[in-house]
Design a protein around this ligand. Structure first.
Ligand SMILES: [Zn+2]
Ligand SMILES: [Zn+2]
Length: 86
């Protein structure tokens, strides 16, 4: 059976994997792993991070919550920890 492990990649490692899956084609960015296409690089970045990278999640610095992507972490922090962020 498949078992889910939580392990944490360094942000640099996540970025490296994401960059390796971004295919620039004309004015658009294509996902190397599926047919997803976007004109905005950050949308493709978020797509790859949430769909094609299995790293278990990122733990919030302020509470024990684990978020699936850095985008989700940013949203969680801006909602739940507004006052902890300078
Ligand atoms: Zn994809
Ligand atoms: Zn939190």
């Amino acid at each position: 059976m498949y078992q889910l492990y939580f392990f944490f990649l360094a942000f640099e490692e996540i970025d490296r994997i994401i960059q390796s899956k971004i295919v620039k084609h004309g004015g658009e960015y294509n996902c190397a792993d599926c047919s997803f296409v976007s004109r905005a690089k950050h949308i493709l970045t978020n797509h790859i991070e949430s769909k094609h990278i299995e790293y278990g999640g990122i733990m919030c610095q302020f509470c024990p919550k684990i978020l699936p992507t850095r985008q989700a972490l940013r949203m969680h922090k801006s909602r739940a920890h507004k006052h902890d962020i300078v």
